[in-house]
Design a protein around this ligand. Sequence first.
Ligand code: FAD
Length: 512
Amino acid sequence: MYTKSIWNIFSTTTDFPQLQGDVEADVAIIGGGITGLSTAQELIKQGKKVIVIDERKIGGGTSSHSTGNLYVTIDQILSSLASKYDTKTVKQVIAARKAGFAAIENNIKNHNIDCGFTTCSWYLFAGDEANRDKIEKELMVAKEAGLDAEVVMPSYMPVTVSRAMKITGQAQFNPMRYVQALAQVLSGENCRVYENTRATKIEEQDDHCMVHTTGGNIKAKHVVEATHTPKGIMMVQTLLGPYREYGIACKVGSDLPHDGIYWGYYDQGEKYSIRKYQRDGDTFLLVVGKPHKVGQAKRNVSHTEALEEFARKHFDVQEVVYRWGGQHYRPADLLPYIGRKNEGSNIFIATGYSTDGLVYGALAGKLIADEINELPNEWHELFSSTRNQPLKAAKKFISENVNVAKQFLKNIPGVADSKAFDAIRPGEGKIIEKDGHKLAVCRSEDNQLHVRSAICPHMMCVVNWNDVEKSWDCPCHGSRFDIDGGVLEGPALHPLHEIVFTGKKVKSHHVD
Ligand SMILES: Cc1cc2nc3c(=O)[nH]c(=O)nc-3n(C[C@H](O)[C@H](O)[C@H](O)COP(=O)(O)OP(=O)(O)OC[C@H]3O[C@@H](n4cnc5c(N)ncnc54)[C@H](O)[C@@H]3O)c2cc1C
């Protein structure tokens, strides 16, 4: 059964108030994940007063659904970057990521943050002969870019390894505890933090911005959308591929490999990320992988099952204790988008991190703060959110958008009689067409039927049922909704419309 992420279990607690009434600050930051808090930290260092809001609890977004690894390389590997760009760009990306990494490490040391931070090595290996060349290529690119990479086989790793490379001086931690502690450290007169406060509208006027929230309005000169992907409709969304990926944490009977980040390629390039985590006398094996486009898996559950099968095949798994899903946004040209929403705007975004956003999130804090304060930053252009890279982005841009177009055109067969509702069993969800309305209908484990409009309010795509996380997921731009239509994540600002049955008629109502 799907549970919480391991980081949510081994977390501390935060108890920030809900916003009540109208407030003002220099900068309003929407999102209390690693990006929002890193930005708050840099801004207050530079003398700004900020307000951070999160619609749920601090750190409860993707930051606490990651693997918790810190490395200077990238998930899509450096050789893909090198084939799109050149060695200079690869070096720049590594240097920028080193700075993001160092910011996290310094915080942990300076504030004595208890988040299981451990320095370790990063390994990339081929689990079969077919992926051997990938490692050779990566090794070459890493060395060319100045990284101290070498051929070393991981020891005590009970999976087949045909070729491996290692980079020392990387690290891992519990990202939830880090983000929670950072919020506690920053909270004060210059950084007011509010939880359970959802931004419902962001307006930009000539001399200020206004963030409307469920608790009051925030007036600020600048707004930072640190929401993992920006809210509402923006051009940048056509450059992002939203993916869902899964993690499991297991208790194992045998010894585990040393602390380390282990990325292995298997059949057809399938990549699994393996690490261990120790806390309060317990040791867990974590396996993360099996990504798919959001809202487009036939059976989401088959993805967590595959992780479990992989873990059981190679380790003496006694129990799978936690299972979770997380979202990431792959950028069309392999680099994140960090900076102004568009030229001249006072609204800032940070997205397209792929699964490298703990380090990119820390880096985004400095990039955005420098841009707000008009300070030079050597990586400003490289990651600029308004950059135009048609040649670099074209292939991915076209394939992602053809995929989105297909989701719009998909004909979802519907049935309209009450038997269709009765046929839905606890834990199941289906799209039912009635009176010309597409309905997202599911039955919770307590046998209650939940009905909402199946049309995603972001850009009118039809949502799909996620049978692992029991949510409605939009296959176009990755918005996700709970069974009562509430926004879980993604670009949608508003819940799925409410459905009202009046006699035989169906009506759908907007909800704020
Ligand atoms: C499976 C997986 C594994 C990963 N592993 C790693 C890894 O090992 N290393 C690494 O560097 N990266 C990893 N990542 C990527 C990394 O976790 C993310 O890129 C990073 O956490 C993003 O941080 P963020 O602060 O931008 O977003 P989030 O942590 O998602 O924070 C955004 C916050 O905004 C809030 N919010 C959203 N909308 C609103 C609203 N309307 N009003 C108010 N608040 C709102 C949310 O509640 C949330 O708390 C992984 C990702 C996945 C999916």
